[in-house]
Each structure stands twice: as structure tokens, then as C-alpha cells.
Design a protein around this ligand. Structure first.
Ligand code: ES4
Ligand code: ZN
Length: 326
């Protein structure tokens, strides 16, 4: 079989995916028209042309602006269904999707509207494709601890349908320690914990995510490689890193995919995985990410199978469900 077929046929879990980052320009225009929302672009081509970023903040500014077309429960359902359809075609058997409630509640969209639309798409994806999924509620780290607590309070009626909380948005200047108390409260409610760390932030932010937040996974983690003692600790602890190669390229975390550290991570014993982050903005879904690093770094089929197995073992599925996919 071709490498392409091999990648698609590998059972994979997607562990780092922002559902708002799956909004393709075509759907952005369709929803803008449906909802009477104006967007500052003349055409789909003009939107795509604007997707040239030199850092995380450049991207976030345009990502938050794009999300303004999402208004109704049906919009969130359609957004997630488009993603699940694409993911199923790439051989994703399980997806743990992040959503940013504050991006919506801060512009007057009810928390219920967002989560009910996502949950109905998740049920439909399981019926149609056998693709299971979980929700990760992310706090925006550029906003306050108080705002994060208010978001956790809004989620209270749905906590049995939320698997984990996460931490995303502008990393520099907003260390994990800022959210120590809200993560402790989430843990007390039985939620799993993840956090973006070491994408732009220093190795100490990865340490804080481990020591102060007590996370179950690190999202990105690239800059941990600057600190050999931290690498050894992550490897010994079997900590899953949700790495996003095309995101790393588009946000200039790496200057060239030929320099991507994915194989060095595996060689160091890190439980690295490959994920798509914000595929509509970064130019590829999960199989594109596997193909891109396979080509750029000369990964073997054994390396690719290891990355896919890591994604299943690093998921929040129960052990029996993981075993059934391996
Ligand atoms: C994100 Cl790539 C990335 N980093 C931090 N926050 C985010 N939100 C959506 N994508
Ligand atoms: Zn991310």
C-alpha cells in the first residue's frame, strides 16, 4: 500500500483540535450570510490570503474574528459535523475536541447554544461514522482567573458531558500558575486537565503545567526540548504531548518542517502524538500532518504507527476502548 493509504488506515485519535479552528472560509461565508453578520473579507480567496501569520497572536486575532459568524445551535452543529466528516475520511476513530466558550459567551451567545450544537454533532458522528468523541472546555488564558471561574460555573449543568478543561490563547505573559485555583476546582469536579504549554512559552511554563496545574497531557510542549531534565521527566512520566506540525510551521514555532522535532521527541522517549490544531487556518487535517512530517523527516511506517498508537493510549478513553482500537 502507498504511504498515503497506510496513514489513513492507521486508527488514530485526534487529541489537539480547536473546533473553532475548523471553520473553513466557505462555511464562514455561508454562516455570515445566514446570520446577517458582516466579515471584513470580500471573498473566500481573500480570507485564505489573510492566513499568513508570523506568530501565535497574529493567528488568534483573525481566529477570534472568524468565530463571530457562529450564532445558532445549528451553526455549531454544522461546524462540528463538517469536521467529523473530514476526520472520519482521514481515519480518525476518536476525537477529543476543544472549544472556547468565552469566545461566544462574551458576545452574547448562550453557553447552552454552543454546547448543545456540539453535542448533537458528536452523537451524529458516532451514529454515522462510528467516530467517538469527547469535549475539552478551554479557558482563554489572556482573560482573568475570575472569568475562567465564571465559565466553569456556566458549564455546571453539562459537567457529565465534558471530559476535561484546557488552557489556550496567548501564552506569553499568561503562565499556567495564573489558573492554579480554577484547575484545582475543575479537578475537584472530576474533570481531566490539559494545557497548552511550551508552544511560544519557555520550558518553565511546561513545568508549571505539571507541578502547579497537575495536567494529564501537555498541548504542544515543543520548547520542553530546550531543557534535558524536563525531557527526561516527561519521558519517565509517560506524559502525552499533543504536537501539531503544520500549526508549528504556520505560527513560526519551527522555521521549516525539515527542522520539525517530532522524530527527536520519539527518540527521547516522549509520548508524542500528531494533531491538526486549527486545520482550516493551518492548511491541513490530521492525515496531512502525518504526511507532512513523514515526508519532511523521513519517518518510517513504524514511527507513524507509534505516533498513532500514542494518540490512542494518550486519549481519555477507558482502557477497553483503547485496546479495541490497537
Ligand atoms: C490555538 Cl495553536 C493555538 N495556541 C493557543 N491557543 C489556540 N487557540 C486556538 N489555537
Ligand atoms: Zn491548540
Amino acid at each position: 500500500t502507498s504511504l498515503d493509504d497506510f496513514i489513513v488506515r492507521l486508527p488514530k485519535a485526534e487529541l489537539h483540535l480547536h473546533i473553532e479552528g475548523t471553520l473553513e472560509p466557505e462555511l464562514m461565508f455561508a454562516l455570515a450570510a445566514r446570520n446577517g453578520v458582516t466579515i471584513p473579507f470580500a471573498s473566500v480567496e481573500a480570507v485564505r490570503a489573510a492566513y499568513r501569520f508570523s506568530n501565535l497572536q497574529d493567528f488568534l486575532d483573525i481566529y477570534y474574528a472568524g468565530a463571530s459568524v457562529l450564532v445558532t445551535r445549528q451553526d455549531f452543529h454544522d461546524l462540528a459535523m463538517a469536521y467529523f466528516t473530514r476526520a472520519a475520511a482521514d481515519g480518525v476513530v476518536h476525537a477529543e475536541i476543544m472549544f472556547d466558550p468565552q469566545t461566544h459567551t462574551d458576545r452574547g451567545i448562550a453557553f447552552a447554544t454552543v454546547i448543545e450544537g456540539l453535542l448533537s454533532a458528536m452523537a451524529e458522528a458516532e451514529r454515522r461514522f462510528g467516530l467517538t468523541s469527547r469535549l475539552i472546555l478551554c479557558f482563554l488564558r489572556h482573560l482573568s482567573e475570575e472569568a475562567a471561574f465564571a465559565t466553569l460555573a456556566m458549564a455546571e449543568p453539562w459537567l457529565d458531558r465534558i471530559t476535561a478543561v484546557g488552557l489556550d490563547s496567548s501564552e506569553l505573559g499568561h503562565p499556567p500558575a495564573k489558573f492554579a485555583r480554577v484547575f484545582a476546582a475543575a479537578r475537584a469536579k472530576g474533570l481531566k486537565l490539559v494545557a497548552h504549554a511550551g508552544e511560544e512559552g519557555p520550558p518553565d511554563y511546561v513545568r508549571e503545567a505539571l507541578d502547579i496545574l497537575g495536567v494529564d497531557r501537555i498541548d504542544h510542549g515543543n520548547r520542553a526540548l530546550e531543557d534535558p531534565a524536563l525531557v527526561a521527566r516527561l519521558a519517565a512520566g509517560g506524559m502525552t504531548l499533543t504536537v501539531c506540525p503544520l500549526s508549528n510551521l504556520k505560527l513560526c514555532v519551527v522555521s521549516d518542517l525539515a527542522d520539525h522535532p517530532i522524530d527527536r521527541m520519539l527518540a527521547a522517549g516522549l509520548h508524542a502524538t500528531v494533531n491538526s490544531d486549527d486545520p482550516a487556518y493551518f492548511g491541513g487535517y490530521i492525515a496531512d500532518n502525518y504526511r507532512a512530517v513523514a515526508a519532511a523527516r523521513g519517518l518510517s511506517r513504524a514511527d507513524l504507527a507509534r505516533l498513532a498508537a500514542n494518540s490512542l493510549t494518550g486519549s481519555f478513553l477507558p482502557a477497553e476502548a483503547i485496546a479495541a482500537h490497537l
